[in-house]
Design a protein around this ligand. Structure first.
Ligand SMILES: Nc1ncnc2c1ncn2[C@@H]1O[C@H](COP(=O)(O)OP(=O)(O)O)[C@@H](O)[C@H]1O
Ligand SMILES: [Mg+2]
Length: 591
């Protein structure tokens, strides 16, 4: 129960629900037990009447006696019905407090986990897959909710019901109590065991079901390939195999779950058998009444569910413990990317790298080695290099998505680590290499959580040379993208991503290979548009094409994480190195 202990804060927060729950459970159980005594009294009155009534026949007392008898029976009848109604009300209130509490906690916990996820660095997301992240916030949280809701509710129910019933039973006949309760622990153990099996097989079914779904999803997504290769039959056979697996798993579950009710009935029946036998002997000996036996049988019936739930509750608690442990693992993970002195000031845009080395912890790859350079504010630099040379890593460092392994980065001569992270990032317009668009309208993808006017959106989109494409769509800027909407071409996506960055008027603009999917003509248009935008910005254009470098005040060539050439276009052409070579090759192929 170590992991679950960390959730006690929620119980504390919702303590009034918990106390209310305890109160209502107790009341509901008291009103459940009282009718058993009413039944005992009724039976005893009936039994007495059956023996005594003949003696009064044809006397004056007969009528009075009859009157008394019917009145008592009606009184107890009303009492029993009344108690049942009151009990129902309290059971309703019990659920209204405890189950409502569990839903509140579920809500809080989901929010807590999601908020924590948002703080974690990119590195965390590379180390953990999305499915895992999702299952912790959905499945694991709902298992923990089962602990706060049903487990606590049935646990309380079991405790109060056992105390009330057993003390009543004990006050009547201790020995009979012992014999009546004897089989019940076996009931709990059986349920615990069977429930474990049911759980295991249910999760196998769940797994098989998700296999079927992903198979079907893939088959439908890839239907063009399947049809064009005439593989429908093959696909059918494979589906049948998946379905067969699912069927078998279900059959295995049916086998165990069909033991469930018979086991409960058998053990309870056994208990009643003992009560009738031992109790019957006691009635003969005159120690208890016939009504007591009925009363006992009713107590056993009332104890059946609590003892059944004991097995169930313990397996819920176990699963919740395992889930909370997984949740805690993530909640314990903290980000190392924090601000050291929380500077919140507007930046000018001067960037300086001092001996910067970046080694990715997960892969051990050294992406950047001892980089030294300076970019003056309101200038532009082009970073060229082949795939894997470390260009994107450099961009990641400026946005502080990663921290340097060695060396320091300064923006306006202040260490990047000193800035408030939100302040820093909000002044950087980053167009990442792999564009991501949300399933939302074009407009919302550009404004992306901020408020921009239509004219601002249109202007940004014009600068990114996207506007002519958008107005061709039927719904214009309201066009929905993604699964339910249209799919943009690679180049259009890149241009949308550029519009998203420039509309924010950042002080530092980073284009990470953002023109790779557009043709040279469009590239030229965008670069021309960018010229005005770049006037009051520090711009970093990352590319593997020399044509993208034409505007840059400074060109740097990266190779294996090192700067191998640095200078202006003319300087680099003069030294006839890598840049000059690239330039010759790429310009030749363009003409
Ligand atoms: N998040 C990461 N974790 C581990 N290794 C990475 C990560 N990102 C990039 N790398 C590695 O670092 C090197 C540089 O990658 P990158 O900066 O993306 O190069 P480029 O953008 O120039 O193609 C590559 O060898 C790549 O495999
Ligand atoms: Mg890259």
């Amino acid at each position: 129960m170590k992991a679950l202990a960390s959730t006690n804060k929620y119980l504390y927060k919702y303590k009034y629900y918990l106390f209310g729950g305890i109160f209502f459970v107790t009341l509901a159980n008291i009103f459940a037990v009282i009718p058993a005594q009413a039944v005992r009294n009724t039976i005893d009155i009936v039994a007495e009447t059956v023996t005594l009534y003949p003696f009064f026949s044809n006397t004056n007392i007969e009528k009075t006696y009859y009157h008394f008898f019917t009145k008592s029976v009606i009184y107890y009848g009303i009492l029993i019905v009344g108690m049942a109604i009151i009990r129902g009300v309290f059971m309703f209130l019990m659920r209204q407090t405890l189950i409502v509490m569990s839903r509140h906690i579920e809500f809080d916990q989901k929010n807590e986990i999601y908020a924590h996820y948002q703080t974690l660095p990119l590195q965390f997301y590379r180390q953990n897959n999305t499915g895992d992240l999702m299952s912790r916030i959905s499945e694991d949280v709902s298992k923990v909710r089962m602990y706060f809701g049903p487990a606590i509710m049935y646990g309380l129910n079991m405790i109060t019901m056992s105390i009330i019933c057993v003390s009543f039973m004990f006050s009547i006949h201790p020995k009979l109590t012992f014999w009546a309760l004897f089989p019940l622990p076996f009931l709990s153990l059986t349920i615990y065991y069977v429930n474990g099996l049911i759980e295991k097989r249910s999760s196998a079914i769940q797994k098989s079901l998700s296999q079927i779904s992903s198979f079907v999803q893939e088959a439908f997504s890839g239907i063009r390939v399947i049809k064009s290769f005439a593989k429908e039959k093959d696909s059918e056979v494979r589906f049948a195999a998946e379905a067969d697996n699912y069927y078998n798993k279900n059959m295995e579950l049916v086998k165990v779950s069909s033991i469930f009710s018979p086991a409960v009935v058998a053990l309870v029946g056994f208990s009643i058998l003992i009560v009738v036998y031992v109790g019957g002997n006691e009635v003969i000996n005159g120690n208890i009444t016939a009504g007591n036996i009925i009363e006992f049988i009713m107590y056993i019936a009332m104890l059946t569910w609590p003892f059944t739930s004991l097995g169930w509750v313990s397996s819920i608690v176990q699963r919740a413990e395992a889930s909370q442990k997984r949740i805690n693992e993530f909640l314990m993970t903290t980000t190392s990317i924090v601000s050291e002195s929380n500077i919140k000031q507007n930046i000018g845009g001067k960037i300086r790298f001092e001996n910067v080395t970046l080694k990715y912890q997960e892969s051990g790859i050294v992406a950047l080695q001892k980089l030294n350079f300076e970019i003056q504010k309101n200038t532009s630099v082009a970073i060229l290099g082949s795939t894997g040379s470390g260009k994107s890593s450099l961009a990641n460092l400026i946005c502080r998505l990663y921290d340097t392994t060695e060396g320091n980065i300064f923006i306006d001569d202040i260490d990047i680590k000193s800035y408030n992270i939100e302040t820093l990032r909000s002044q950087i317009g980053y167009v990442p290499q792999d564009v991501f668009l949300f399933s939302d309208s074009v407009r919302n993808n550009i404004s992306f959580g901020s408020n921009f006017s239509d004219s601002e959106i249109e202007l940004a989109s014009q600068k990114a040379d996207l506007h002519p494409n958008i107005i061709d769509f039927k719904d214009g800027y309201q066009t929905i993208m993604g699964e339910r909407g249209i799919t943009l071409s690679g180049g259009q996506k890149q241009r949308l991503s550029i519009a998203r960055a420039i509309i924010r008027h950042p002080k530092i603009l980073i284009l990470d290979d953002s023109l790779s999917a557009v043709d040279t003509h469009t590239e030229n248009t965008i670069l021309d548009n960018l010229k005005e935008i770049m006037v009051d910005k520090t711009t970093i254009i990352i590319s593997h094409r020399v044509s993208s470098a034409k505007l840059a005040n400074l060109i740097m060539i990266l190779e294996n994480g090192k700067i191998v050439e640095k200078g202006t276009h003319t300087e680099l052409l003069q030294i006839k190195g890598i840049y000059a070579n690239m330039y010759d090759k790429q310009m030749q192929s363009n003409t």
